[in-house]
Write a protein that binds this ligand. Structure first.
Ligand SMILES: [Zn+2]
Length: 332
């Protein structure tokens, strides 16, 4: 048996709930006839010191050590507030790989197995709480359903090199590009940024933000904090690489974006205006593009998904830099 939370550990050394072990929380006889309560589940394995431990839900790191109820769990105990609500607690860790306030995804490596705190050997004490700091069994949840990932397993790590420009959405924490740890500074909402490279680690995309001189920076932002018109690395990868057709050629590619200024609809076949206007912020998807006299013309998809008879000039679309003629060149 092994679990997503600790794939290298296969032995339950102590179950959650009532126990005779006097090292655990003392509770009334009405709660447990044994008189003691184990607030989590203990997992171990021979030689398991320093084996990796993983988040099993998406969430935010609430604290590392020193949180209510962390007594005995060591200085590297990790507490994650899941998006679903409950807190996931990893006790006795030899190391924590996350910091307070950091966003984590299911499958992300958050800590290593250790024996710090009140512990007699390397093991994971995994505890799930609806409330922090209450005396067991109050506030506790059975950890069973949190031992494994709640949804499909996270996609594999990968990286892509591409240039994409867009505004920051919400106040976004800066991360160090090498270690992917927060550096304690924030990019204000609305800041226009360009990234030149992105990598997905533990299901989370991080975008390496270019310096003002265009060179690759040392810092990165969570891709969720950048509005790139729907062409974020995850969706862009599934759509295939950005087109790079030679002049005069056409490409088949599915790209979504929005109209960013008033634009003339043109006929796809002859590239002539048809006398109708597309309003700013209209969301569009094109499935094909071709070069006409040095400009790219994008064939806009109908609502039923079929290729349309109408097209828009690519200059009028904000598609996050993946358009044939490159968003950056327009100074968007
Ligand atoms: Zn325990």
């Amino acid at each position: 048996m092994s679990w997503g939370v600790a794939p290298d550990l296969s032995v339950v050394t102590q179950q959650y709930g009532c126990t005779a072990f006097s090292g655990e929380w003392r509770v009334g006889q009405s709660v447990c006839s044994t008189g003691f309560f184990h607030a989590g589940i203990d997992l171990a394995e021979a030689g398991c010191c320093d084996k990796p431990l993983f988040a099993t839900r998406d969430g935010v790191v609430h604290a590392v050590g020193g949180f209510p109820g962390s007594l005995g769990l060591g200085p590297n105990a990790v507490c994650i507030k899941t998006d679903e609500g409950p807190f996931l607690i990893y006790g006795h860790c030899s190391a924590a790989h996350v910091q307070q306030g950091q966003r984590v995804s299911a499958g992300e490596h958050v800590a290593d197995v250790g024996t710090l705190g009140f512990s007699t050997g390397c093991h994971l004490h995994f505890e799930v709480r609806a409330e922090l700091g209450t005396l067991p069994p109050t506030g506790l949840l059975a950890p069973d359903q949190y031992l494994d990932f709640g949804g499909p397993p996270p996609p594999p790590d990968e990286s892509v090199v591409k240039t994409v420009t867009g505004p920051v959405v919400g106040d976004a924490p800066w991360y160090d590009w090498s270690s992917l740890t927060p550096i304690g500074q924030t990019a204000p909402s609305g800041t226009r940024v360009t990234y030149t490279e992105a990598r997905r680690v533990g299901g989370v995309w991080y975008d390496r933000i270019a310096r003002s001189d265009g060179s690759p920076g040392d810092w990165c932002l969570n891709d969720d904090n950048i509005d790139t018109g729907g062409t974020t690395p995850d969706t862009a990868v599934s759509e295939g690489p950005p087109p790079s057709a030679p002049s005069g050629q056409s490409v088949s590619v599915t790209v979504s974006g929005r109209v960013w200024r008033q634009a003339q609809w043109v006929n796809w076949s002859d590239a002539r205006p048809i006398g109708l206007t597309a309003q700013p912020n209209t969301g569009v998807t094109y499935t094909e593009a071709r070069q006409v006299n040095g400009r790219w013309l994008d064939r806009i998809r109908k609502e039923d998904g079929s290729p349309g008879d109408w097209a828009l000039w690519d200059d009028d679309l904000d598609t996050g830099g993946t358009t044939p003629d490159q968003e950056a060149a327009k100074g968007l």
